[in-house]
Write a protein that binds this ligand. Structure first.
Ligand code: ADP
Length: 411
């Protein structure tokens, strides 16, 4: 393999070097090589169906189109090896500052991003019972980079860390004390990387310091969550011990009466694992509508008069609006509502329905601006007033790259 020199000055990528960002799942790895100061991408892509004969790597070297390579039986290591090989060939002498990893669960241990060493890896492993599918996969990504470039510094950026500022009255559940002290049952919250990124962007867009702002940020993708961000820190959020809590999502139920579990166990004989699967995979927009989990499909079917799709959209919007209003309790004042994620950035319909439902908070849609703004151009979508609504495209990879550079350069 051609070699990439970690930390060598000079080469492509600006004075401070490039960061390799990895988001490793159990059978996939998303990657991007980017400049943390500008967000410019050199290479990005995804390895999918890892560990199977159909494993494939889609890799895009900008500005060229993506190319697909078969990687039969390929693992996280095979993807990382291939990406770093490609990097060394295409950008010889590149200054690779480090690798930044999205790590899903940091428990109560991690409140900010941190340079990876053996003790950090052990601590991430010890949080695995809280995210049994994600943390081991995230560690596989870290180990893959370590085995290809042992000297490359690595940084873990946690999806839960931003929400560690929540006060106990927001994160504790009213369950027996030992459930919390012995088993860690509490609200952790997720999507923290995105909520933090869009909060910072929103402050820049509003031209006001983040420390003076009270925001509700809503990340609506395949998973959906909302957060109350007060003076730059998270004070409440809708996801809980797991990402199943809170809002209606593509295939996840969000909040249900916990009594439903016992009731359905008795009625159907399903065990805890089976019930959890149904709530994660067969519920949400999918379960309500019967036409799919994708908001585009739901909107199109609702527009054609499909009653179940219309109800799914109504439940989605009502539950989201109710959650936003509830989060204002932790803020005691709302300055701006921020939409992001695939639905938040692209669905003018959802945004319009939410703004109309929340008119009592002082929000009023600017119809033209709502139609104009989206994934490409963030901006204000409400009329001028004491409470504003914004669309802010998220960029979790950029935040991971920035955190990685900051942690490694001590900035
Ligand atoms: P992930 O959570 O996997 O990162 P995204 O944030 O990209 O996913 O969000 C994916 C979702 O965004 C899709 O399931 C779809 O519901 C929604 N979406 C994408 N484009 C549109 C659109 N034009 N209108 C409505 N919804 C959209």
């Amino acid at each position: 393999m051609a070699s990439v020199s970690p930390g060598l000055p000079g080469g492509s990528g600006g004075s401070d070097g490039l960061v390799l960002v990895l988001n490793s799942g159990s059978s996939s790895v998303k990657f991007a090589l980017l400049a943390p100061e500008t967000g410019e991408r050199l290479i990005a892509g995804i390895g999918e169906r890892l560990g199977t004969p159909e494993a494939v790597l889609r890799i895009q070297q900008f500005p060229a189109a993506a190319v697909e390579e078969r990687l039969p039986g390929g693992s996280h290591l095979a993807v990382v090896t291939r990406v770093l090989d490609r990097l060394a060939v295409e950008y010889p002498g590149v200054h690779l500052l480090g690798a930044g990893h999205r790590v899903v669960h940091g428990g109560e241990r991690f409140t900010s991003s941190i340079r990876v060493d053996d003790s950090v890896m052990a601590a991430v492993r010890s949080c695995s019972h809280l995210a049994p599918l994600h943390n081991p996969a995230n560690l596989a990504g870290i180990e893959a980079v370590r085995s290809v470039l042992p000297d490359l510094p690595q940084v873990a950026v946690f999806d839960t860390a931003f929400h560690q500022t929540m006060p106990p009255h927001a994160f504790r559940y009213a369950v027996p004390e030992e459930w919390y002290t012995d088993y860690g049952v509490r609200r952790y919250g997720f999507h923290g990387i995105s909520h933090r990124f869009v909060s910072e962007q929103a402050a820049a867009l509003l031209g006001r310091p983040l420390r003076d702002l009270r925001l509700v940020t809503v990340h609506l993708g395949n998973g959906c969550s909302a957060a109350a961000v007060r003076d730059g820190v998270s004070v409440d959020t809708t996801m809980g011990l797991t990402p199943l809590d809170g809002l209606v999502m593509g295939t996840r139920s969000g909040d249900v009466d916990p009594g439903v579990l016992g009731y359905m166990a008795e009625r159907t004989g399903m065990d805890a694992g089976q019930l959890t699967r149904v709530l994660n995979l067969d519920s949400g927009l999918q379960g309500l509508s019967g036409v799919g989990n994708d908001m585009r499909t739901i909107e199109a079917a609702a527009a054609e008069g499909n009653e179940r799709a219309r109800l799914a959209l109504e439940v989605f919007v009502y539950r989201l609006s109710k959650a936003i209003a509830g989060l204002v309790v932790g803020l005691e004042r709302l300055d701006a509502l921020v939409f992001t994620g695939g639905i938040g950035e692209n669905s003018a319909v959802v945004r319009s329905l939410v703004l109309s439902q929340l008119g009592f908070l002082g929000l009023a849609e600017d119809t033209q601006a709502n139609a104009d703004h989206g994934r490409r151009t963030g901006g204000r979508i409400s009329l001028a007033g004491p409470v504003l609504a914004l669309v802010v495209p998220t960029d979790e990879e950029l935040l991971i790259a920035r955190d990685t550079a900051r942690v490694l350069t001590g900035g």
